[in-house]
Design a protein around this ligand. Structure first.
Ligand code: SAM
Length: 394
């Protein structure tokens, strides 16, 4: 482990490079890698400076970071603060409906994280952080989903694991314990009384992919899409409202792309797309990924952040449902990102490349693992690739 002095020197030299890269607008993988190293070294320095007692205490209390952010987006505060200038706590309180005392406490806490600042005393104005929220409505939908749906599930993880230490059942996940329900996550979300949460969840998928931590740009850069045939047919299974598909279509206009998701998601997407000018090469289809794949002989079947929702047996079912559609050379791409949320919601598993290779093989020996694709600046994300060799009875 480095000393505080060594880390300080390293941070100073990395910071200089990052500043120069930012001035040159250099966003190459090498520049992003250096920025990541700087962020990691800064986190390590913070831990060393604080020492274990303070650092661990802050980790335990980080729940307030998430809940204060949750209040801010739930009450739509970023859009109530003027773009330029400031607003008083009293005015903000009457605009958002939250009493002034609690509003002030919550915003002052959030200011520790540089979300808003108070200047002059008693008046609130934007920072780059809070302005990002005001400019990213779909990302705020995702943050509202975190506050209303994910936080209760994450808080229940220790109790759920104590109750079911070895289970893989989707009905025995922390989400179920928090909600006191036996329903698996998506069945619960589908209930009539959860319509508002569902809408936030569906829109939030685009928000997190475009403005949050699960940037779809990673998948566009990590996989060599340009090496596919010019008129490649791509199916985005579990593609939500088509946010990835539309970016893929913009980068590769000659591809034809089908976005599949649950009927309610596709219904809403078609509704939303009526007034939007989406690319014609992207079409939408309601399809349950456990049913036989209706789009035959596509070049690519892409599943982004879908497998992490499911235990092994269900992933094998999803892959098996693809088999009748595959032609020799069809690629199955599974894009994943490491996080603990899927454990809280679904008891799902994070898998290594060996485990993915086994999953593909268990679905069919003709589905041959071809390796992984990553970008250096987002080591938590990975695209696992299998190619169908054909030649077996499906
Ligand atoms: C974590 S989201 C990922 C969405 C999108 N691929 C992305 O990367 O933002 C998982 C998606 O799978 C969809 N989904 C869940 N169960 C499904 C099923 N049985 N068949 C098809 N899609 C499903 C959800 O509606 C949701 O859009």
């Amino acid at each position: 482990m480095s000393t505080i002095g060594q880390l300080g020197e390293r941070i100073a030299s990395l910071a200089k490079k990052v500043e120069e890269d930012q001035l040159r607008n250099d966003a190459t993988p090498a520049a992003q890698q250096i920025a990541m190293e700087l962020a990691e070294a800064s986190r390590e320095l913070e831990q060393l400076v604080l020492g274990p007692r303070q650092a661990l205490g802050m980790m335990g209390l980080a729940v307030h970071d998430a809940s204060s952010l949750g209040v801010i987006v739930t009450f739509d505060i970023p859009n109530l603060v003027p773009e330029e200038g400031s607003v008083s706590y009293a005015e903000l309180s009457s605009l958002c409906g939250l009493d002034e005392d609690r509003l002030t406490r919550i915003l002052r806490y959030a200011m520790i994280n540089h979300i808003f600042r108070e200047a002059p005393a008693g008046r609130v104005r934007h920072t780059p952080q809070s302005a990002h929220l005001a400019q990213s409505p779909a990302f705020c939908d995702f943050l509202r989903t975190i506050a209303a749906v994910f936080l209760p599930a994450c808080a229940a993880v220790p109790a759920a694991l104590a109750r079911w230490p070895r289970t893989r059942a989707t009905t025995e996940a922390a989400h179920g314990a928090a909600r006191r329900t036996d329903a698996a996550f998506y069945d619960w979300l589908d209930r009539d009384e959860n319509a508002a949460l569902r809408r936030n969840f569906d829109r939030g998928m685009e928000g997190i992919s475009r403005a949050g931590q699960r940037l779809q740009d990673t998948d566009l850069r990590a996989y060599p899409w340009g090496a596919l045939p010019a008129a490649a047919a791509v199916v985005d299974v579990g593609g939500s409202g088509g946010h990835f598909a539309r970016d893929l279509a913009a980068a590769y206009p000659s591809f034809s792309i089908v976005v599949q998701d649950l009927p309610r998601v596709i219904r809403q997407t078609m509704e939303d797309q009526k007034n939007a000018s989406g690319p014609e090469s992207v079409t939408y289809q309601a399809h349950n990924c456990f049913d036989e794949q209706p789009v035959k002989n596509a070049d690519v079947y892409f599943m982004r952040h879908v497998f992490h929702n499911h235990p092994d047996a269900e992933c094998i079912k999803i892959l098996t449902a693809l088999l009748p559609a595959l032609k020799p050379g069809s690629r199955v791409l599974v894009s994943e990102q490491m996080d603990l949320l899927t454990m809280a919601l679904f008891n799902a598993k994070e898998r290594t490349k060996e485990e993915y290779s086994r999953l593909f093989e268990q679905a069919s020996p003709a589905l041959v693992f071809h390796g992984t694709h990553q970008v250096p600046d987002d080591p938590r994300s990975c695209v696992f690739e299998a190619v169908y060799q054909g030649g077996e009875t499906k």
